[in-house]
Each structure stands twice: as structure tokens, then as C-alpha cells.
Design a binder for this molecule. Sequence first.
Ligand code: SF4
Length: 394
Amino acid sequence: MPAGTVEDRSLARNYDVGVTIPQQRPIADRCPGLLAPHEAEDGLLVRLRIPGGQTSVAALTELSRVARTFGQDDLQLTSRGNIQIRGLDRRDLEPLSNAVAAAGFLPSASHERVRNIVASPLTGLAGGTEDARPLVAALDQALCAEDRLAALPGRFLFAVDDGRGDVTSLSFDLGVQILDRDRALILVGGPRTGFQVAAGQTVQTVLALARRFVQLRAGVPRPPWHVREVDLIALDPRVGPVEATQGRAQPRLGRIEDAASVQVPLSLLTPEQVSAVAEVGSGPVVVTPWRGLVVAGAGDQLSKLTAAGLLADDTSAWSGITACTGSPGCARSRIDTRQLGTELGRLLHTGSPRVHLVGCERRCGAPSEAHVDLVAPVSAVAALRQISTARDLR
Ligand code: SF4
């Protein structure tokens, strides 16, 4: 058996041959959380899970204040709609955790790293088959109520799609796509495998699958991190081919009914941008898995958000640039991705392909959409050359 091949028969998927767990993958789960900080080059980093990206202007404002008090000023948005605070000192972890918990971001200390739920960002605000927010809240609550599910890997991702087919484009482990008021598709390992259930059984079915996944991991020397690495039939014999609706992934930028949809340049949300959000909104804010924000009720005040540097134009070159953390935050990085990304934002023109700028071959945080990977270009000119000669989008 080749190195890295899953040894336990229960971990061999029925559909594909040769399921492997990457050898280079560390066995320990080092996904950071609020109570499990990561030591980065620029200090400690904590990651806060925001199920469905659903938060509020008040909570976001408080989080920005906490970041300014204890760490770097900017809040860093992740590709799963979570938020990171960087540049922390170990001595400040306790007051920081208390402040973050008081702002409502730590309902469960034991399950904080497994509350990874992405959901359609516009759900309940515009479009979609049904408002998925109650389902996200119910799933989160039930997940946190079950002790053994705290053993899920920190990378395990739940996706709740309100029928429009946006988050089903992401790489998720277990998903739900609402079909109508009475029925939902349970998606297992991707948008093309799963089964249908009555709407009332959704949460219990997803959690039963998650429980079974935890069982399959137990006692395995190199445990799987993702559902696609296990036998889907062993998770539930009902799993078979399905076809989930696939629609536009990232919500378009600009005004969408009463909401404002904006992107955060290079994923760093500044205190000034949070103040602008507080000026135009007072209720729900959604952090999207595409490093954007949807501000409820602020559709007619986009100009105040763009004045603070947020992007509301899908066609601007800026909105197509993403970057990994890079130097000085990441020891592996060969370049300062933020600085180069800012230069590129000035140089690229409308209609340029989407680009993802990274400091090394790991390519962290790559967007799910087609893009050109820029791996540690030595200058903006070198990056432009790479873009102009790129034939294949990833
Ligand atoms: S891609 Fe490389 S440089 Fe960028 S954050 Fe990941 S490990 Fe660090």
C-alpha cells in the first residue's frame, strides 16, 4: 500500500479509488481559535468563528475596539467568513478572550473551533428560496450542545445554502441546500453526493453524519480531516448521486435591494471602515466567505462605505485581488503580499483576471473562483508579467 494511503477499510471511499491522506499533513490539528492562539511571526493570532458570517454592527464595532486595544488595528477576514485578530501578546490573552466573549463571539469554549458554518450571505435579505438564518442558528446550537462533536477537526466545514447555490461552490464537508419549505438536500463531501430529507430533519441528519465521521476517525493513526477522505456510504447508506443547484458564488457588489454588498481590500478591515459601517447600518452585518461584508439596510449609502476604502464595484481591478498573509506575519513568506497587492491594485486595470498573491507555494486562502496564482513575484512589474503570460486560470 503506497505511503499515505488510508489503511482502514472504512476510510476507503466507494466512488473513487486511491483515497489518500497527504503525507505532509501534520497529525495534530493546529487550527487556531480564540482559546488556541497561533504563534505567527507578527505575534499571536486568534481566529473567531462566526457561523453563517452572521453578526451585527454593534458586535463588529466592539471587535474592532478589542483589536485596537490588544493587537493590530485591522480585523482580518478569512475565506470561511471568520475573523482573525493578529499581533497579540500572550499576557493580553485573558482580557482579550473576556472582551471577545462579552461581545458574543464565544458561546461555547469547548466547541469554538468546530463552529465552522458558511451560509448564503444574502439569505433573508435578498433572493434565495427560504431564509436560512434560523437553520444556521439551530445547527450551531445543536452542534455546541453535543460533547463528542467537539472532536471534529478545526478544518471541517458545514455549508448552509438557501437554494441559490452560492456556498455549494466552496469546498465543504457537510452541506444543506434548502429545496423549498418542506424539503432539503443533505450534501456529503460536495454538491454531487447526498440525499433528500424533510426540512424538519435537516439538523439532526447533518449532526448524525458529523457524529459518524468522528467515530470513523477514532483510533486511526492518520485520521482524516475531511468527509471526502472517508467512505461516504459508511457515513450513511442513503448517500448517492444528487445534483445541487449551482449559482453565482460571490454576491455581486453594490446595492442589492436594501443591503449594501462590499468587498474588503486584501481582507483587512480597518477601524475607519468599521466606523463607516456603523454610520450606515445599525442591524445585521454578514461577513462573507469572499472577504466581503453585507450591511443590511445600507443599500442607499454605498458612497460612505466606498469613501472609507471598501469596494462596491465588481468591475474594479481591486475587487479581483486577494492575498495571503505574507510577510511580516508569516515566516514562510518571501514577500510582503499586502504591500505588493496595494501596488498591483493601482496598476491593474478593469477587466484584469482575478489574481491571488501568495508568499510561497502553499498558496493559502486561494479563492474558489478561477484566478491567476502569483507566487512570490519579486516586484509589481514581475507580477504584471506573470499575469499577462498566464494561460491557465486555477
Ligand atoms: S501561502 Fe505561504 S506565505 Fe502565504 S500565508 Fe500561506 S504559508 Fe504563509
